[in-house]
Design a protein around this ligand. Structure first.
Ligand code: BGC
Length: 247
């Protein structure tokens, strides 16, 4: 087995992290979490990453799934974090922590890499992965290739952004029943289906564990399944991305 790689998934309220065997996608120790620093600036988040690394100090290489747009290490959108991150080359900061390979990529893209390799997304065709959490993340895969940085969670449905309609946090904040929430999600996914005609839709994020509770509300032509790696898909994919960054 190769040295495990530390996978870190930055979410809207916490960082979740674990060492990952990138040959199998298995965690080599249970995942842990740290609260998101407030405000979540580049410096504060770097400190959190340093803390995650010190908890699993045997892992050298690490990857970070980030809840925003990342291009060549530079953050260009971070709706749930401190605005000062926008325009910041955070990958250079992360690389200062180690001489080993480091990856930084969008959180939903990370989840898609993991599901393609080890989970529900290995088939050919057009696959749309949607993560439902504080926001809505999206990843588009065509025949095993990922189109990075799609931001379909910000699609407008009338005057409402999709993530204000159907993110997982909207269900709890508005105290919606599973049927009410499922109807909102169906409205959003129907629109995505109209635009992209995917063969398969994968639902990720913590809510994927409750997939059966809202599945009956979803009326789509595409097959629709929960992420096989559940809420760990993001951190597993972040670890996996470092093996791609190293090549
Ligand atoms: C961000 C995406 C991210 C998603 C899930 C959205 O608000 O714009 O980049 O993937 O939240 O964290």
């Amino acid at each position: 087995m190769n040295q495990p790689v530390l996978g870190i998934d930055i979410g809207g309220s916490a960082l979740k992290f674990a060492p990952v065997d990138t040959d199998t996608g298995q965690l080599t120790a249970p995942a842990q979490s740290l609260s998101l620093p407030q405000p979540a600036t580049a410096t504060a988040l770097l400190e959190s990453v340093r803390e995650c690394r010190s908890i699993f100090s045997a892992t050298k290489s690490f990857g970070v799934g980030f809840p925003g747009v990342v291009k060549s290490g530079v953050i260009s959108l971070a709706p749930h974090l401190d605005k000062s991150l926008v325009g910041h080359d955070w990958l250079t900061d992360l690389k200062s922590l180690t001489n080993s390979p480091v990856a930084l990529l969008n959180d939903a893209d990370a989840a898609a890499l993991a599901e393609m390799q080890f989970g529900a997304g290995s088939q050919n065709g057009t696959i749309l992965l949607i993560t439902l959490g504080t926001g809505i993340g999206s990843a588009l895969i065509r025949d095993g290739f990922l189109v990075p940085n799609t931001e379909f969670g910000h699609l407008l449905l009338g005057d409402t952004e999709a993530e204000d309609l159907a993110a997982a946090t909207v269900r709890t904040r508005k105290n919606l029943s599973w049927d009410e929430y499922g109807a909102r999600l169906n409205q959003y996914l129907l629109e995505m289906e109209r635009l992209l005609t995917p063969d398969l839709i994968i639902i990720g994020g913590g809510i994927s564990e409750n997939f059966k509770r809202f599945q009956a509300s979803l009326h789509l032509n595409a097959d629709i399944v929960p992420a096989r790696l559940g809420n760990n898909a993001g951190l597993i994919g972040a670890a996996l991305a470092t093996t791609l960054a190293a090549n």
